[in-house]
Design a protein around this ligand. Structure first.
Ligand code: B16
Ligand code: MG
Length: 216
């Protein structure tokens, strides 16, 4: 029942902004340099997945030492950080900032729940850090999505029960994490990817918070 909803937890990449393309370019550069197979299809599997798990998906069972993997993920992150310098307010997807401000004005608690260890930097460059009551990111918990830990951490910081929170996610692993956390899940993207969510919107532009509050 909508009455129950007191807060919203937003995934970052794919919901508030589109850093996916920068992740893609950074992994592609590393893969080209190290002769690892990588393409857009593999990249699609990395949506919402942590940095080290992304490395494992790219390696696809190849035996590489932890030390080497750490070096490669560090290098990928260096490339990514350069792209992040280019991010500005203009990179907020559609009217998401207006939607966030409206929810805040209506008294809902707002959180970020992102797998990225760079989430704070992205939010700073987008100039929207202060809209959120709490930021849960890749540094906040040990178990990444699809484990519920990140979203439970965000809800705890908001002082809310899981069932009082709605999670907005563009990744299958993120929708699974929200459901595992016993929260309401709104998927952003194709049914084949986020169809397990309680409510699905094809893109950020079509997200309708009045409908979410009415239906969930
Ligand atoms: P980093 P999200 C995720 O962000 C990205 O979708 C995913 O592609 C990336 O590997 C992950 O963050 C970790 O990012 O390397 O910056 O720590 O969708 O959870 O906001
Ligand atoms: Mg995402």
């Amino acid at each position: 029942m909508a009455k129950e909803i007191k807060g919203f937890i937003f995934d970052l990449d794919g919901v508030i902004t589109d850093t996916a393309e920068y992740h893609y370019k950074s992994w592609q550069k590393l893969a080209d340099e190290e002769d690892l197979f990588f393409d857009r299809e593999v990249n699609e599997q990395l949506r919402g997945v942590s940095r080290m798990e992304s490395m494992d998906i790219i390696l696809d069972g190849q035996d590489v030492s932890d030390e080497q993997k750490k070096k490669w993920t560090d290098r990928k992150n260096e490339y990514y950080q350069v792209y992040l310098e280019e991010i500005s307010k203009a990179d907020i997807l559609d009217d998401m900032e207006a939607k966030l401000n409206k929810l805040k004005a209506e008294g809902y608690k707002l959180a970020v729940g992102s797998s990225s260890r760079n989430a704070r930097k992205v939010l700073k460059n987008l100039q929207i850090t202060d809209i959120f009551d709490t930021i849960a990111d890749g540094n906040s918990v040990e178990n990444a999505k699809p484990a519920p830990d990140l979203f439970l951490h965000a809800a705890e910081n908001l002082g809310l029960k899981p069932q009082e929170c709605v999670v907005l996610e563009d990744a299958e692993s993120g929708v699974e994490a929200a459901l595992a956390a016993n929260m309401k899940a709104v998927g952003v993207g194709p049914e084949g990817r986020v169809g397990k969510a309680h409510l699905v919107y094809a893109d950020v532009d079509s997200i309708d918070f009045d409908e979410i509050l009415k239906k969930l």
